[in-house]
Design a protein around this ligand. Structure first.
Ligand code: AMP
Ligand code: ZN
Length: 134
């Protein structure tokens, strides 16, 4: 528990949230400022900041719950697709520094836009980039 963390407060139910699903390790609730109808966040109850410090067990549990919720969305919300999104680090748009996976229902003709431009960067250095990542 991080005293300053709003998602820790939601996890221990001392802050309000529309909870969608919960178990001993993981909790999912509606985003207070939804990108689309049904936008849900899945978090580990145990605080971690981001993808860099979350345990393998916790990120696995988050992924499992995100898949369960995403799987219900087409029938429940009549959505046409789903984005799973995590932002880790302010440079990656993270604003709440308790790891969370966005589960964003997508609708044909919704207003969301792909946040990068395909083909905007040169590709000659792909082999070298792959090498440093191996
Ligand atoms: P990110 O920018 O990836 O860190 O996403 C943080 C998300 O948390 C945003 O989509 C916010 O709308 C959402 N959010 C912030 N505070 C709350 C809250 N108290 N309850 C539900 N969602 C929240
Ligand atoms: Zn927290």
């Amino acid at each position: 528990m991080n005293d300053q963390c709003i998602f820790c407060a939601i996890a221990e139910r001392s802050a309000p949230a529309e909870v969608v699903q919960a178990d001993d390790h993981t909790i999912a609730f509606l985003d207070i400022s939804p990108a689309t109808r049904g936008h849900t966040l899945v978090i580990p109850r145990r605080h971690s900041d981001d993808v860099f410090d979350i345990s393998a067990d916790d990120i696995e549990r988050v992924a499992r719950m995100a898949k369960q919720i995403a799987g219900r969305m087409p029938a429940a919300l009549s959505c046409d697709g789903v984005n799973l999104l995590n932002s880790s680090g302010s440079a990656a748009w993270q604003t709440v520094h308790h790891f969370h996976m966005h589960v964003i229902p997508r609708y044909d003709n919704d207003p969301l836009k792909l946040p990068w431009t395909p083909g905007a960067l040169a590709t000659e250095d792909l082999p070298q980039i792959a090498e440093v990542l191996r």
